[in-house]
Design a binder for this molecule. Structure first.
Ligand code: SAH
Length: 298
């Protein structure tokens, strides 16, 4: 695989993450979504390589990129292929009792969007896959071709927040089966929408349905909540959890989790947003929100 250095995924809100997450330079930090290793690299630079970072990602292809990129820092990093929902097993497997912070960055990595044949992007024509974990059983093609119209409608309505057209899109999907590629899906979505929507300039008309399927394929919302609940038993008093989300469904889960949990001080009842400067350099950051909570300890 040939990659240029500047092809790397641009990490979001790096300064903000560092200033909130790092309470102790020689601490142990867990990056639950290591991705291409951008935040991990920043943590190690910021702490003058005093920190140790455990990096977890469910996608072994991005982990290989992270491993390459972090090879000079390998004494301070352990990278593990796993879902964050098994973070407890990962840490126990490493004999780690307590850590100084957890980071989650819930976006899709640039590699997943731009890489070959991952099926995340409506801008390409590829098999309809969307699995972050390529060993997972259900891909997007399975869902689109086998779920009932009602289940598809519900997913598009809830996870895509496509309130007005979930019904007509799901109907069109069912009518246009089999659908095996991203462009076949884009066409089915197009046929389920009035032309005013198809020509909307603000956002591509397939965005919401693609988001919905990605969430369903990777069980994203369910996993977030389960994972947050697992952090507690590994946190030292005063240690922090920082979570970056990219859409309101995720943000709501994170916000409610910390708001209703008296064992945490919720440091950001109002989320931290990227600066105008960052949005200019990295448009993908525009929908990001950072929430941070501090564990009070027992
Ligand atoms: N912070 C990283 C980028 C992370 S992109 C950087 O700075 O480079 C988000 C990553 O989350 C993706 O690589 C994706 O594979 C990973 N991910 C998604 N669901 C996951 C899960 N259940 N467990 C672990 N990682 C997951």
């Amino acid at each position: 695989m040939v990659r240029k250095y500047d092809d790397f995924h641009k990490s979001v809100m790096v300064e903000e993450v560092l200033s909130y997450l790092i309470t102790k330079k020689d601490g142990i930090y867990v990056d639950c979504t290591a991705g291409e290793g951008g935040h991990i690299k920043a943590i190690l630079e910021y702490t003058n390589k005093m920190a140790k970072v455990i990096g977890v990602d469910v996608d072994y292809e991005v982990l290989e990129i992270a491993e390459q990129r972090l090879k000079d820092l390998s004494d301070n990093v352990v990278l593990i292929k796993s879902s964050y929902k098994d973070i407890d097993m990962v840490l126990r497997g490493l004999d780690i009792d307590k850590v100084d912070g957890f980071l989650m960055d819930l976006g899709v990595s640039t590699f997943q969007l731009k890489g070959e044949n991952r099926g995340f992007s409506f801008a390409k024509d590829e098999p309809l896959d969307m699995r972050m974990d390529v060993q997972a059983k259900k891909d997007a093609a399975y869902i689109v071709n086998n779920y009932s119209q009602e289940d598809l409608r519900r997913i598009i309505f809830e996870y895509g927040e496509e309130k007005r057209f979930a019904h007509s899109i799901s109907k069109s999907i069912v009518k246009n089966r089999p659908i095996n590629t991203t462009q076949e899906l884009v066409n089915a979505i197009r046929k389920g929408l009035p032309s005013s929507q198809v020509h909307e300039r603000h956002r591509h008309f397939a965005t919401k349905t693609f988001q919905a399927l990605r969430i369903e394929v990777n069980q994203e919302l369910k996993n977030i909540e389960e994972t947050l609940a697992k952090f507690e038993s590994f946190l030292k008093g005063g240690a922090r959890v920082a979570v970056i989300t990219f859409h309101s469904l995720e943000d709501r889960i994170v916000k409610n989790f910390f708001k209703n949990n008296e064992r945490y001080n919720f440091l950001t009842p109002k989320p931290i947003l990227p600066s105008q400067e960052e949005i200019k350099h990295n448009p993908r950051s525009r929908s990001a929100k950072l929430r941070v909570a501090e564990y009070k300890g027992v």
